[in-house]
Structures are given as structure tokens and as C-alpha cells.
Design a binder for this molecule. Structure first.
Ligand code: HEC
Length: 173
């Protein structure tokens, strides 16, 4: 990750603008912005001990802001009195956050919080990737998850998946 800071960053941006490479500079810096926005967006305390802050922040950005996993995995999505769709200031119940329980008829969303062993959704990283990318249902070979938008998540790259997993694992228990 390239960081442009202070005067050096300004010079780099200006120079890039002149050479038409401004987009490339912006693209590199985008992840830094996502990391900070992600850390601000996490609605629960995080345990960053022994973890990469950048990865956790990026994961939070993807989970909370971009893919909005909580829309399906938090039930109810907002705490009572904290529903922005009713004009209330948004508030999420930390205990319900990503703990599953939304009934979609065809499936009920599962908890994707860390289990007793600290594994998000009780899945190791490989199992998490198989569920995210291929909709592989745990212990049910040949069956695919019915509601999870895994066909879209299929395009997530390795760093994004790693970041999401790290973020979920960092949810304080
Ligand atoms: C449209 C609703 C929806 C969204 C958005 C969604 N999920 Fe899910 N997810 C579900 C449901 C429902 C299940 C239960 C299985 C199924 O789909 O049949 C599930 C299952 C899972 C599983 C498998 C858990 C297990 O028990 O094997 C994982 C992991 C998971 N989701 C992670 C995520 C993450 C991470 C995000 C955000 C990047 C996300 N989901 C976004 C609805 C959703």
C-alpha cells in the first residue's frame, strides 16, 4: 500500500494530474480511506490485539458499508427506537449484530459472529471462502445456500475475503 502524505502527497497528486495518472494515485489511496471509514462504521467493539488494523478496517468497510451483511444477518436490523426508516437515529443492538435469525422462508440467516473458538460463523477461513464464493452449505454437499448473495460475492478477491474474515474474527466476544 502506497501512502501519500503531507507535501510529498500533494506534489505526487499534482504531478499525477499533469501526467494524467491521477486515477492511479486515487486508486491506491482508496483503500486507506476505506480502512478509516470501516473502523468508524463498526457498530461493536473490536479486539485488534494481534491483528492487522488495515485488514480489519477494510473488512469492516466491506461488511458494514458495501455488502451490508447486517441487513440479512442482524435481527432485528435496528434496535428498538433506533430505526432510521422510522426517522429515529440509527442504533444497532450489539448483541443482535450479525447474530442471524432473519427468516427468509427458504432459509434463516445464521450467526456469522465468532464462535467460542473465535471462528466467524464457526467456519475456518477455507470454509468461509467456500460459503462466500460458492454458496457451499456446511455439511451438505451438493446443496447451495439459497439466500446468501454468493453468486455476486464470487467476484471478491483474496484480500477482500481475508479482510472480511479478519474483521468478523475481531468482533469482541
Ligand atoms: C440477502 C441476505 C444476505 C446478505 C446480504 C448476506 N447474507 Fe450471509 N446468509 C444469508 C442467509 C439467509 C444464510 C443462511 C443460508 C442460506 O442462504 O440458505 C447466510 C449464510 C451465510 C454464511 C454461511 C454460514 C453457515 O452457517 O455456513 C456465511 C459465512 C455468510 N452468510 C456470510 C455473509 C457475509 C460475510 C455477508 C456480507 C458480506 C453476508 N453473508 C451477506 C443471507 C445473507
Amino acid at each position: 500500500m502506497v501512502r501519500t502524505a503531507g507535501l510529498a502527497g500533494l506534489v505526487a497528486l499534482t504531478a499525477a494530474g499533469r501526467t494524467g495518472a491521477a486515477e492511479a494515485v486515487g486508486a491506491v489511496d482508496a483503500e486507506d480511506r476505506w480502512v478509516e471509514a470501516g473502523l468508524r462504521a463498526a457498530p461493536v467493539p473490536l479486539d485488534l490485539e494481534g491483528r492487522q488494523r488495515e485488514l480489519v478496517g477494510l473488512g469492516s468497510y466491506l461488511v458494514n458499508v458495501v455488502a451490508t451483511c447486517g441487513g440479512c444477518h442482524t435481527h432485528p436490523e435496528y434496535a428498538s427506537g433506533g430505526d432510521p426508516f422510522r426517522g429515529e437515529p440509527a442504533r444497532i443492538d450489539p448483541a443482535a449484530y450479525l447474530a442471524g435469525g432473519t427468516d427468509f422462508g427458504r432459509a434463516v440467516s445464521s450467526s456469522i459472529r465468532p464462535d467460542g473458538a473465535g471462528l466467524p460463523a464457526g467456519l475456518g477461513y477455507e470454509g468461509f471462502v467456500r460459503a462466500m464464493r460458492h454458496g457451499e452449505a456446511r455439511g451438505e454437499p451438493g446443496k447451495v445456500l439459497q439466500v446468501m448473495p454468493w453468486p455476486a460475492f464470487n467476484a471478491l478477491d483474496e484480500r477482500d475475503l481475508r479482510a472480511m474474515y479478519e474483521y468478523l474474527a475481531a468482533i469482541a466476544r
